[in-house]
Design a protein around this ligand. Structure first.
Ligand code: WT7
Length: 622
């Protein structure tokens, strides 16, 4: 495709969305029953449905469909945390394992529509588990292995999962992660979890409950590998994935089957332009949407070879990513700005001692990429010969919405133009569309197939969060502007969401964790810029009378937050304060705290709604 062709096809896709998406749906997927209508309903009425009447199965589309021509083609290349460990699984092998594990799930009485929680490290069994759920129509809810027992429990309970799949332990950067121990702690209070299936990863001794726990490898021996895929309605729930929002409770983002699959298959194909013989590697974790859409579903729907890496970019040394690229001749490499910043910080030698000659295309996702970092990625990693696709999207959007294609003329730091069928707009406080060069709220004004269906069990919150402030349009929560050539520049979040190393954390979650410490009466959390992590967490805390502020207390707070949420939630700065700035109605004015945290006290903006302006002087004086 060339850029003229992109513009032409984009125009066609927004002028004839139903034809465009029907063509993609038929090109990329096998439908057990054809759909009767491409799109029904609207954002205004909140009743959108994609590919109405169509029936299909995700696992069939990822596996069975490729057996005829690609049975012996590698589906997964697995690279262990320890460089000496690796494994290749062909499409044929993956099909066998998935069908077998689907039968294990059936034997545990898991049926269509049941929720299954997957708490696994980056090993092939995580993909096998997800696809096995998809095969029988169970709804998977993958919880990132870096989350704590508490976070895991909240998520299991919110979607009422009946089964948990985990491993004895995980291994990352040479360190052990006690997954089974966390799972035991989490399910103690989950009455409906009757079974835990445990994958043996390290073989170290773990605690065991004979009535509840079974080994994955034992169960796999007891079943055969014939499992007819369940024919799912296009609109049937496919998976739940939790993400953070403005308030304390994480949101269970629910995606449905047909729309999601069409969207990730199409975006994967056009954005990454993956040829049949290419080796594709996305470094995300399957616990996030990037892993769902662009390690698993997008690549396998396209019959591609996807690389699955268990470890971290710094272990055993800072050349690890580039060594893996050389080891497997990776052609397409997709990672996050936080990883690029961290590796750039370590110096060019770690990169330059590898060849990387196989690379054709680079990608980035998760937060804005600063132009200097972009240039380093382009010049040093890609040796000035690989285009960079800066892909903007969200857990909620299912797949990439704004991104270059390999043919797009690039500008460092810009996500450039919308994908086919996507109609983004930038609007001001009054809801008017802003023309160019002024920042505003980024909204999407027309439905697209990958859009989430609802927040699991909370349709009211879904509408309030995404469709109330700007009626009839999807509110992304990001700020952006468009330049004179219509390039999109995403500036960052516009709400109470913080991105720490690309991980999305809500200020509300952090504040709830802080105030559950007995010494604390109030807390407010804001982001501060951090060179490597993008953003760091700055916490203002008010301690109870009689409590003495100390470094030990700070340590205790940090440990507590990490324990409640997970190690990704590390507080960079904690400040004890007498009071928090609030409006007369009691709302914390985070806008002011954000400015004070970075020392920008001259530009606090309108403070007239403050209940007590003396609070500000106290904060600044510290
Ligand atoms: C938020 C969504 C999409 C998968 C990973 C994150 C930020 C994402 C970009 C980008 C600037 C980006 C936004 C967005 N974001 N990609 N290319 N440029 N910002 O998914 O955890 O749901 O986070 O990540 O702020 O709203 P997520």
């Amino acid at each position: 495709m060339n850029f003229e062709k992109y513009k032409e096809l984009y125009r066609y896709s927004i002028e004839n969305p139903e034809q465009f998406w029907a063509e993609q749906a038929n090109e990329f997927l096998h439908w057990d029953s054809p759909f009767e209508k491409v799109l029904s309903g609207s954002f205004e009425k909140q009743d959108t449905r994609w590919f109405v009447g169509g029936k299909l199965n995700a696992s069939y589309n990822c596996l069975d469909r490729h057996l005829k021509n690609k049975k012996d083609k590698p589906a997964i290349i697995w690279e262990g945390d320890d460089p000496a460990q690796s494994k290749i699984m062909t499409y044929g092998e993956l099909y066998e394992e998935v069908s077998r594990f689907a039968n294990v799930l059936k034997k545990q009485n898991i049926k269509k529509g049941d929720r299954v929680c997957i708490y696994l490290p980056m090993i092939p069994e995580i993909i096998i588990s997800m696809l096995a759920c998809a095969r029988i129509g169970a709804i998977h809810s993958v919880v990132f292995g870096g989350f704590s027992a508490d976070s895991l429990r909240t998520r299991i309970l919110d979607s009422d999962c009946q089964l948990v799949i985990t491993a004895d332990e995980g291994v990352r950067g040479g360190k052990i992660i006690p997954l089974k121990k966390n799972a035991d702690q989490a399910v103690n209070e989950c009455r409906n979890v009757k079974k835990i299936i445990v994958v043996k990863r390290t073989g170290n001794s773990i605690s065991w409950d004979d009535k509840r726990d079974v080994w994955y490898h034992d169960e796999m021996k007891k079943v055969d590998s014939n499992c007819v895929p369940e024919k799912m309605n296009s609109d049937d729930p496919f998976f739940i994935l939790y993400t953070s929002g403005s308030t304390g409770k994480p949101k269970g983002v629910l995606h449905t089957t047909g729309g999601y699959l069409v969207f990730v298959a199409t975006t994967f194909k056009y954005v990454f332009d993956c040829a049949d013989e290419d080796i594709y590697w996305c470094t995300a974790d399957l616990g996030w949407i990037t892993g769902h859409s662009y390690i698993l579903y997008g690549p396998l729907l396209n019959g591609a070879t996807t690389l699955l890496f268990e470890g971290v970019p710094s272990y055993p040394n800072f050349s690890r990513y580039w060594e893996i690229i050389d080891k497997y001749s990776v052609n397409i490499f997709y990672t996050a700005p936080t990883a690029i910043r961290a590796l750039r910080h370590e110096g060019d030698e770690w990169v330059n001692k590898t060849s990387r000659k196989s690379l054709k295309l680079l990608g980035t996702v998760g937060e804005p990429i600063n132009p200097d970092v972009w240039k380093w990625y382009y010049d040093v990693v890609g040796q000035k010969k690989c285009p960079i696709v800066d892909t903007w999207w969200q857990t909620e959007t299912g797949g990439i919405l704004i991104s270059p294609l390999p043919c797009t003329p690039l500008k460092p730091g810009s996500a450039t133009f919308p994908f086919f069928g996507i109609v983004p707009e930038i609007i001001d406080e009054q809801g008017n569309v802003i023309k160019n060069n002024e920042a505003g709220k980024l909204v999407i004004s027309k439905p697209w197939p990958g859009m989430m269906k609802t927040i699991y069990g909370d349709q009211k919150r879904f509408i309030e969060t995404y469709f109330t402030e700007v009626p009839g349009k999807y509110l992304t929560g990001d700020r952006a502007h468009r330049d004179e050539e219509n390039y999109f520049w995403i500036e960052g979040r516009n709400d109470d969401v913080i991105k720490v190393s690309g991980h999305r954390i809500g200020t509300g979650e952090l504040e709830s964790a802080l105030i559950s410490v007995p010494e604390i009466s109030e807390a407010a959390v804001v982001p501060i810029p951090n060179e490597i992590k993008g953003q760091g967490i700055f916490a203002y805390v008010v301690i109870k009378p009689n409590v003495i502020p100390s470094d030990e207390l700070k340590k205790k707070l940090n440990n507590h937050v990490r324990e409640m949420i997970g190690p990704i939630a590390t507080l960079e700065n904690i400040q004890f304060v007498k009071a928090l700035p609030k409006t007369r109605s009691g709302k914390i004015m985070r806008r002011i705290l954000r400015k004070i945290a970075v020392g920008d006290v001259e530009n606090l903006g309108d403070v007239s709604t403050l209940a007590d302006s003396a609070v500000i002087n106290d904060l600044i004086a510290q």
